[in-house]
Design a binder for this molecule. Structure first.
Ligand code: FMN
Ligand code: SF4
Length: 517
């Protein structure tokens, strides 16, 4: 019987993978559902197994293409995916199995090096596991880039009746989907990482906090937890479903939410590592941080650390999204330039128009113009360029984008998603929207002033665009340095980068590097 592989990932299914799988089964094939390979331009994708175990890929395909796929004549025959540049250039440490194995098959997972990291960890004392994670140089993939080993050390050193492992799978950043892809395509990898963390710090219970918009991931995780329970023991794991508030991805708001409270940010200190979930020492890590750990323990921290750039060690699963030709997941060692990612890997815009800007790191990330495309993908280099890597989502925009509208969107997003606890974020974001509206002449200034009774006797004086931009910059400074968490503190990044690199969209003269292009 011919064996065919079709992804069951939510994005592949949205593109029609279920229909292809049904058509292949109706044609007499044995259909194995896998995770996604990660290049959505070729989905729905079918891989046919040859007699020697190799796989021949076809994509994108339609259900009526099945006969041509099976006789090998379909024009969208790709052949061996490993030789396709998009895949050949990757260094898949974390996503090695995704798209290859049946996500819920324990036999597949074990056959593809699964549980090796956990076995290696359990042969070591907890301190040695923490030392290995420190030596790997792994930094948190959720956004802040904090060294994972140091976080684990704090929890290991804490004395408490109970400790917890919390996996942050809220994945709220625009243009990101790596957590979802991993949870759907290789859920045991995450569970293995959590079990290693549990052994390292002495925790016996774990939570995975997933957003409700990820029903496939929730289903896959619940099934995987049930099947892997004997291997995970003494760690028990449960899934908690969030309601989709962006701020619930912030670690302390997330802990509040798991505790059944409103998702509002807690002041730090105390750090969650000292007093986290239910007041107990808690490791809270992103999906990708935890899923990187099995490789580190199985292959050794040196193997992980030998890849990378500066203080950014290992690989990063970069997500290419927005107006980009080759949207998808590309795992690569740090150090590749932004331009290579957008143009060489991403293939430029889907619209075919010139790239004007890319936003890196979700809704709180800065906009980069093409003149900055030589920036290496590295935490420090991005910080020095006024940006952040965040969860490594890259959203591409062509030359039809209005950057003042994007700056307004950043402030509006913050106003909607603010938890309301601190003034710079709660009020500043709303004032930010109003200021950008005034800059763009979208609001009637006189009305806004005259509506305030205390301003009755004030002379109504219009601010010039330059003065309004000064107000906006002041507001950004206040939000940056006065906000309690990074939602208010980082919203200025997209706003200021739009102002700095695209002043012409705010009524100013073009920025110099762009004008020179
Ligand atoms: C507003 C806001 C939203 C966040 N959303 C997420 C998220 O969706 N997923 C995530 O892993 N981290 C998110 N973070 C970062 C977390 O607070 C925290 O740094 C992370 O879970 C720590 O894990 P790591 O060290 O493995 O990155 C967010 C932070 C802020 C301020
Ligand atoms: S910055 Fe915003 S989201 Fe963060 S604590 Fe303050 S009000 Fe809440």
């Amino acid at each position: 019987m011919t064996r065919a592989y079709v992804s069951c990932d939510m994005a592949s299914v949205a593109l029609g993978a279920d229909d292809i799988a049904d058509a292949l089964a109706a044609a007499g094939c044995e259909v194995i559902r896998t995770g996604a390979r990660g290049l959505f331009a070729i989905e729905p994708l079918v891989e046919i197994e040859t007699t020697d175990g190799a796989r021949i890929a076809f994509g994108p395909v339609e259900p009526e293409d099945v006969p041509a796929i099976l006789d090998g004549t379909h024009p969208n025959r790709i052949g061996d995916l490993a030789t396709m540049p998009f895949f050949a250039k990757q260094q898949r440490f974390t996503f090695a199995r995704c798209g290859i194995t049946d996500p819920l098959s324990m036999a597949d997972y074990t056959a593809h090096d699964g549980w090796k990291g956990l076995a290696a960890a359990r042969a070591l004392a907890p301190q040695a596991v923490v030392d290995a994670v420190k030596a790997s140089g792994l930094r948190g993939r959720g956004g802040a880039g904090f060294p994972t080993g140091i976080k684990w050390q704090t929890v290991l050193d804490a004395t408490a009746p109970e400790k917890f492992i919390v996996c942050n799978a809220d994945e709220g950043d625009s243009g990101t989907f790596a957590d979802r892809m991993l949870m759907e395509g290789d859920p045991y990898c995450l569970l293995e990482g959590m079990a290693i963390a549990g052994h390292a710090v002495g925790a016996s219970h774990g939570y995975i906090y997933v957003r409700s918009e990820y029903p496939f991931a929730i289903r896959a995780l619940n099934a995987a937890i049930e099947r892997a329970a004997p291997i995970l023991a003494p760690l028990t794991v449960e899934v908690r479903v969030g309601a989709g508030a962006y701020v619930c991805g912030e670690e302390t708001a997330l802990l509040e939410s798991i505790e059944g409270k409103r998702g509002q940010v807690r002041a730090k200190p105390p750090l969650p590592a000292i007093q986290g979930l239910f007041g107990q020492p808690t490791v809270i890590n992103n999906v990708l941080s935890l899923a990187a750990v099995p490789f580190i323990l199985a292959e050794g921290p040196e193997r992980y650390a030998e890849v990378g750039f500066g203080r950014s060690r290992g690989t990063m699963p970069v997500q290419l999204a927005g107006n980009v030709k080759n949207g998808g997941l590309f795992e690569i060692g740090f150090g590749i330039t932004l331009g290579e990612l957008v143009n060489a890997i991403g293939g430029g815009t889907e619209s075919g128009r010139p790239v004007r800007a890319v936003q890196v790191g979700g809704p709180l990330g800065a906009y980069f113009p093409p003149s900055m495309f030589d920036t290496p993908f590295d935490y420090e280099a991005f910080a020095a360029a006024g940006g952040l890597i965040g969860h490594a989502g890259i959203t591409v925009f062509d030359d039809s984008v209005d950057m003042a509208a994007m700056a307004r969107f950043a402030m509006e997003f913050c106003a909607i998603e603010s938890c309301g606890k601190c003034t710079p974020c709660r009020i500043g974001s709303t004032r930010g929207v109003e200021t950008i509206d005034r800059i763009k002449g979208a609001a009637k200034r006189e009305q806004a002033l005259e509506a305030m009774p205390q301003m009755r006797n004030a002379k109504v004086k219009h601010r010039s665009v330059d003065e309004e931009i000064g107000v906006l910059r002041d507001l950004c400074e206040t939000m940056k340095f006065g906000s309690l968490c990074a939602l208010g503190g980082f919203t200025p990044y997209p706003v200021l980068s739009a102002l700095d690199h695209f002043p012409e969209d705010f009524g100013g003269a073009p920025a110099l590097p762009q004008a020179a292009e």
